[in-house]
Design a protein around this ligand. Structure first.
Ligand code: DGI
Ligand code: FE
Ligand code: FE
Ligand code: FE
Length: 188
């Protein structure tokens, strides 16, 4: 599928505001890719597709996880906000014919993170976290770190996300904690 068709497909899946977010993530991901030497085409494609299933109803996401054989079923025990990422990777492969495993992984792990994140994973995760319309507490520090140090920016965004979840009494997906612990060892 060519780029124009892909953009159309994404626009059809998303609300207006979610599509605007996606465009900001593309721009931010391209800036980070240039800055830190990631492949710009992969960054653009992963950013374009990262929230492909974000607007799907909970039941449709659950259905894909239950029937697909490449999902960790433990996802279903955690926040449903996590589901659109692995489901999105699966669906863009199946429906849009995306074959690049690195792009699919960056989509799959853009919400949870994971240990041993690739450069592309980091670019997409941080771009999604700090795109210009984000107003998370602490996002300014992430933007500052991302000027020079992608790993520290990633660790700070993972820390902020974990603090946010804990402050609200929410469960933490174990993969997010593993991603954070891995980055703590990495930056010291
Ligand atoms: O899809 P977006 O809104 O652009 O951003 P995202 O895919 O990073 O989703 C973030 C949401 O997921 C945020 O509201 C926090 C929520 N969430 C729930 N449980 C977890 C979690 N995020 C992480 N990283 N880990 C969790 O355990
Ligand atoms: Fe997302
Ligand atoms: Fe994210
Ligand atoms: Fe997003």
């Amino acid at each position: 599928m060519d780029r124009v068709k892909l953009v159309q497909a994404v626009e059809e899946q998303l609300t207006r505001s979610r599509f605007e977010h996606t465009k900001r993530v593309i721009a931010t991901a391209l800036t980070l890719a240039k800055r830190f030497g990631a492949d710009q085409e992969q960054a653009e494609l992963a950013a374009l597709l990262h929230d492909y299933c974000k607007c799907w109803p909970e039941e449709r996401l659950r259905e894909v996880i239950v029937t697909g054989d490449d999902f960790t079923q433990d996802l279903l025990q955690y926040n449903k906000e996590l589901w659109h990422a692995p489901v999105g990777a699966h669906i863009v492969k199946q429906d849009l014919g995306v074959v690049d495993k690195e792009v699919l992984d960056a989509i799959c792990y853009h919400t949870s993170g994971r240990p041993h994140m690739t450069l592309l994973d980091k670019v997409i995760f941080v771009a999604d976290y700090m795109e210009p319309a984000r107003r998370f507490p602490g996002v300014e520090e992430v933007r500052l770190l991302a000027e020079t140090d992608l790993d520290r920016a990633l660790l700070k965004s993972l820390d902020n996300t974990l603090l946010f979840l804990i402050q609200r009494g929410m469960t933490v997906y174990p993969l997010t904690l593993s991603a954070r612990n891995f980055m703590v060892d990495q930056v010291h």
